[in-house]
Ligand binder design. Structure first.
Ligand code: PEP
Length: 261
């Protein structure tokens, strides 16, 4: 029973603040990063939006020093242990040491290319949160899951693994990213996105708490562009977006400014 895992959540019924994340993935060099930081500085960016960009680890400090102060940096991954013999990994403690507060966890590329299990992602989330980080937790179904009518089952399975470990949801933003829409130019329709976002929020209400369901931002990710961002953002349970390819281009500013609620 997950109901016994309810966080002692003090979340108020404040409207959820719009949130736009950028995921640069394994792209960029100093010259192109300078260009991204420049268009973010030029903006102008809607002050009512939380903006966080996911940066390759090696550039985190470089980017942090160049971003406008209303844009925050995220790592794209971190490990479930504080330190030790884990060659190639970075810990939440290390990220905090360089002033990085956010981390993207559970991205479909981590799940599907690097074989990260629901369980490992849950452990990473738990460790990151316990160490004061804020987490963008990505979930989403593969094309074959959707075609088999298993979308809800998959996202609930991914969330359930995390809910068994996460004690407090205040620092979690969920990103629903259908894998078939990531990097393909095939966006979920606004209705498809809303349907799954509502299922996620209902699941949170039943299995975690109504307060957590009300307060948690649920982002849509998957080929979000300057052209489709506004229609997606109009959906009741869509609280922003997680943007891959378009976050490397000046169009990202338009996506940040698509807060139409
Ligand atoms: C992503 O990588 O999280 C993503 C949504 O990518 P894209 O916007 O390119 O589909």
């Amino acid at each position: 029973m997950l109901s016994c895992l309810c966080a002692d959540n003090q979340a108020s019924k404040m409207p959820r603040r719009f949130f736009v994340g950028g995921n640069w993935k394994m792209n960029g060099d100093k010259a192109s990063i300078d260009g991204i930081c420049e268009f973010l500085k030029q903006g102008p960016l809607d002050k009512n939006v939380d903006v966080v960009v996911g940066v390759p680890a090696v550039y985190l400090e470089y980017v942090k020093a160049r971003l406008p102060e209303d844009v925050q940096c995220a790592a794209q991954n971190c490990y479930k242990e504080p330190k030790g013999a884990f060659t190639g990994e970075i810990s939440p403690a290390m990220l905090k040491d360089i002033g990085v507060e956010w981390v993207i966890l559970g991205h479909s590329e981590r799940r599907n290319i690097f074989g990260e299990s629901d369980e490992l992602i849950a452990e990473k989330c738990c460790h990151a949160l316990d160490n004061g980080m804020k987490v963008i937790l990505c979930i989403g179904e593969m094309l074959e899951d959707r075609e088999a009518g298993k979308t809800e089952e998959v996202v609930v399975r991914q969330l359930t693994a995390c809910a068994k470990k996460i004690k407090e949801w205040a620092n979690v933003v969920v990103a629903y990213e259908p894998v078939w829409a990531i990097g393909t130019g095939k966006t979920a329709t606004p209705a498809q996105a809303q349907e799954v976002h509502a299922q996620i929020r209902n699941w949170m209400k039943e299995k975690i708490s109504p307060d957590v369901a009300d307060a948690t931002r649920i982002l849509y990710g998957g080929s979000v562009s300057a052209d489709n961002c506004r229609e997606l953002a109009k959906q009741h349970d869509v609280d922003g977006s997680l943007v891959g390819g378009a976050s490397l281009k000046p169009d990202f500013v338009k996506i940040v400014n698509a807060n139409v609620k």
